[in-house]
Design a binder for this molecule. Structure first.
Ligand SMILES: Cc1ncc(COP(=O)(O)O)c(C=O)c1O
Length: 390
């Protein structure tokens, strides 16, 4: 039988990146005591009142078909959230409710990109981006960002990578894996290049609520850029609810109208009880969420301080998100080689930076999804390995 070319384009973009993680999981399942720092899954529970709402909403009959865009209440709540954040009116017609940031990213990319166009994105980048771009048929153009610059994209580098077919800049702030948070001034300068070359800005803001002492900024909140910006986000990280698949895409009304038939074709509507939970989540304050943000920040601090005396290792405090990049270049090992030795010799499971593009080479990505004590223990074991290598 014959298969569609999309399946070829997506071959090999998955499992190789996860080899250390998969092996770590296998050893854990076999009974070995592993410290798992490889996956960005929140270890916190969602706010209790949101979990309680699910049962109540299902019993209230909110189990029928919704519609492709999402029902008015959830669209109103999402629009109001972004109106408050940006200080500019966002209409519910600009919003599409979708099952998670990943689906929103995929649907948005399919709406604006296709074979023959180039997608620019900072490297290192989140592991699924290459696949999303490949699925659309477009070509991806990585723009190397440097640890010495805190992995921040500069307008100069962006400009140097603009091609005649460039159509989209794919941004992620706060960034997974680097923890970089772009400032409003940086976004304005990057946005100038996008304006000059008529690029869309597709901005993955799934970690928007997780910044550590630096303000979050979005191109959507910049009046000069919002018409060319599409935001994708969800409750997955902000409310520790990845399994609920509550997400959305926001752009111009024209973008949303173009996206709608695609959303209908893919999904035939969302889940009304989850729309209700999302509307409630975005219109109420949950103290658990503040506590969670503080916990991620404290974990990051504890881990960075645990590595301060590790020979050949540099770990900087991330500006936001759920991860730390650990620079192991001066040990002489690649990220992959270091992660493999850490797995074999210290039972600590991390992601090699190379899994996130060439820009991640010589690094480990550590997820802050275990408690402070486990992170401190992991740091001690990394120091042990670094000393043996020194
Ligand atoms: C940068 C980034 N985008 C998107 C996602 C997926 O988010 P969601 O669960 O909302 O689909 C993740 C999950 O780890 C992520 O790190």
């Amino acid at each position: 039988m014959r298969y569609a070319a999309i399946t070829d384009r997506l071959q090999g973009l998955g499992s190789d990146k996860w080899a250390v993680h998969i092996e770590g999981k296998r050893r854990q399942a076999a009974g070995r005591d592993m410290i798992m720092l490889s996956i960005g899954e929140p270890d916190f529970h969602p706010p209790a009142s949101l979990v309680g709402m699910i049962d109540e909403r299902i019993r209230a009959g909110r189990t029928r078909y919704s519609n492709g865009r999402g029902e008015p209440e959830v669209l109103k709540a999402i629009a109001a959230h972004y109106t408050t954040r940006s200080g500019h009116h966002v209409s519910p017609d600009q919003v599409t409710f979708l099952p998670g940031t990943q689906t929103a990213l995929f649907a948005a990319m399919m709406t604006i990109a296709e074979a023959g166009c180039d997608i620019l994105m900072p490297d290192p980048y989140y592991a699924t981006y290459e696949g999303v771009i490949a699925a659309s048929g477009a070509r991806f153009v990585p723009i190397r960002t440097l640890p010495e610059d805190g992995f921040h994209l500069t307008p100069k580098e962006l400009l140097a990578h603009v091609t005649p077919n460039a159509r989209v800049l794919l941004l992620n702030t706060p960034n997974n894996p680097t923890g970089a948070v772009l400032s409003a001034a940086e976004i304005a300068a990057i946005g100038e290049v996008c304006r000059a070359h008529d690029l869309w800005i597709l901005c993955d803001e799934v970690y928007a609520d997780l910044t550590f002492g630096v303000p979050f900024a979005s191109p959507f909140d910049n009046p000069q850029l919002r018409a060319r910006t599409i935001v994708v986000s969800s409750l997955s990280k902000s409310h520790a609810m990845p399994g609920f698949r509550c997400g959305w895409a926001i752009g111009s009304q024209e973008f949303s109208d173009r996206l709608l038939p695609l959303a209908e074709t893919m999904l035939f509507g969302s889940q009304p009880f989850l729309e209700d939970v999302t509307a409630h989540a975005l219109t109420h304050h949950f103290p658990e969420i503040d506590a969670m943000r503080e916990a991620y920040r404290d974990r990051a601090r504890a881990f960075v301080s645990g590595l301060s005396n590790a020979p050949g290792i540099v770990a900087r405090m991330p500006e936001g998100g759920m991860f730390i990049m650990v620079d192991v270049r001066r040990t002489g090992l690649s990220g992959e080689a270091f992660a493999t030795r850490l797995l074999d010799e210290e039972n600590v499971v991390t992601m090699p930076g190379e899994s996130f593009g060439e820009g991640g080479a010589g690094h480990l990505r550590v997820a802050l999804t275990v408690d402070e004590a486990a992170l401190a223990e992991a740091a001690t074991r990394i120091v042990n390995l670094a000393r043996r290598l020194h």
